[in-house]
Design a protein around this ligand. Structure first.
Ligand code: CTP
Length: 155
């Protein structure tokens, strides 16, 4: 009998970026099959996050990545043990922002934390994009106008 080593991971994968691709590539390299739980919009609300890209698009993107064999919805914190069973997972991997948080699953799977890719995150992308937000552009214009006014008064 050939034993297939299945790796499992979870995430929101909003505004899919190179950090996401890197971790999926590295996780797939740890086994023969990678299955990925993609957090639904409702579960993100529970976590206090509001994804920019809706769930059906995020899961479509993740399942199209060549390192991913299957993607499924992550709807609750509690579903993990049932997922490990359902997919026959033997390795559970996450980025090291989760360091130590899932050690209690070590009775069921090997828990690994991989170093995150430096300098990129969805939060950072949202921050950069918000600079183009109309409100911010208006604020910037008002600030520049008042600087212009001060310069005029001083000259
Ligand atoms: N990840 C990573 N390197 C990054 C960003 C994310 O390895 N630079 C990993 C996370 O550690 C996690 C997976 O990618 O295991 C999915 O993370 P997710 O929370 O969806 O992405 P983030 O960019 O971390 O999103 P946020 O800023 O909203 O937390």
């Amino acid at each position: 009998m050939v034993l297939v080593k299945t790796v499992i991971t979870y995430g929101t994968f909003d505004l899919f970026h190179i950090g996401h691709l890197n971790i999926l590539r590295r996780l797939r390299g740890l086994g023969d099959r990678l299955v990925v739980g993609v957090s639904t919009d409702e579960f993100n609300a529970v976590k206090g996050k509001r994804p920019v890209v809706p769930f059906n698009q995020r899961i479509d993107i993740v399942s199209s990545i060549k390192f991913v064999d299957e993607a499924f919805p992550e709807c609750t914190w509690e579903q993990k043990r049932a997922d490990f069973e359902r997919f026959g997972a033997s390795i559970f991997g996450m980025g090291d922002d989760w360091n130590g948080k899932f050690n209690h699953f070590s009775d069921k799977v090997e828990v690994v934390y991989l170093t995150r890719t430096d300098g990129i995150s969805t939060t950072e992308l949202k921050r950069v994009l918000s600079a183009f937000d109309e409100r911010h552009v208006d604020e910037l214009k008002r600030t520049l106008d008042s600087i212009g006014q001060i310069v005029k008064e001083l000259s």
